[in-house]
Design a protein around this ligand. Sequence first.
Ligand SMILES: *[C@@H]1O[C@H](CO)[C@@H](O)[C@H](O)[C@H]1NC(C)=O
Ligand SMILES: *[C@@H]1O[C@H](CO)[C@@H](O)[C@H](O)[C@H]1NC(C)=O
Ligand SMILES: *[C@@H]1O[C@H](CO)[C@@H](O)[C@H](O)[C@H]1NC(C)=O
Length: 256
Amino acid sequence: MKILFKLVFFGFVFFSFVNADESEEIFEVECEFFEYKNISYHCEIRNLEISARNSKLIFQNSSKKSVALEKVVSIGIVDSNVPFLPNFSDFVQKFPNLEEFSIQLSNLKYLERSKFLILKNLKILVLSDNEIKKLPDNIFDDLEDLEFLSLDSNKITELNENLLKNLKNLKGFFACCNEIEVLHSNLFENNQKLQDVILFGNKIKKIQIDFEKLKEIKQIWLNYNVCIDEYFCDYENDCKKKFSVEKFQEIVRKNC
Ligand SMILES: *[C@@H]1O[C@H](CO)[C@@H](O)[C@H](O)[C@H]1NC(C)=O
Ligand SMILES: *[C@@H]1O[C@H](CO)[C@@H](O)[C@H](O)[C@H]1NC(C)=O
Ligand SMILES: *[C@@H]1O[C@H](CO)[C@@H](O)[C@H](O)[C@H]1NC(C)=O
């Protein structure tokens, strides 16, 4: 291995190595730790620059804070340039109680199922404000514990009908501000715990879903789409109930 370059951003230091055999780039990455939910920690990674398809992140502790690794439940990469998912296995091994993972505002474009395999205990996955156009089939199939998925503000045009089929614990699906055109009839078939479906600001012109089948549903936001500009919301304090879900479904059926 040889040291390729060293970058210093705002006190964060990244070392990059190239492992010539596998043309894999290795990045030693630091976290800034923030207290999170009072008893745990969030690890924030900023200004990471990765262009290699195969890269690996190695956790490097230079924090002055004394943080027990078991208390780190969340990792977030933000304001970075990470078009390909890196290999996170070192982080996941070092932070055994990881429940949340996010890559935001980081030009993420290409997703691979194999990179998520190691994150199979995740409850929350946020990939918002990136450049994702295509979601590979089965991309989320290993994340069976996932409760909250955000794909907000990307360039997604299609939601494969099997995209969420293994996410039986999913409570929130957020994909506002994309270019989605069709909601297939069985998209939410295996997501009986869904409470929040947020799909405003897309290009939806066809909806085959029967939302009445979702017994726990609390809100469905479909404003600013092609065939519909309406929402359903049934949270007691947060929003005024405008329709029953039956009435909302009638509007969907009539227009889309
Ligand atoms: C944090 O936890 C402490 C001890 O359990 C508690 O007294 C305090 O009210 C909590 N603070 C917040 C903001 O939840
Ligand atoms: C990082 O190192 C410091 C000492 O330099 C130590 O107090 C802290 O617990 C370490 N943090 C982690 C997450 O290993
Ligand atoms: C990630 O790195 C680990 C450790 O080197 C390796 O075992 C694993 O196969 C890699 N995962 C992927 C998806 O490349």
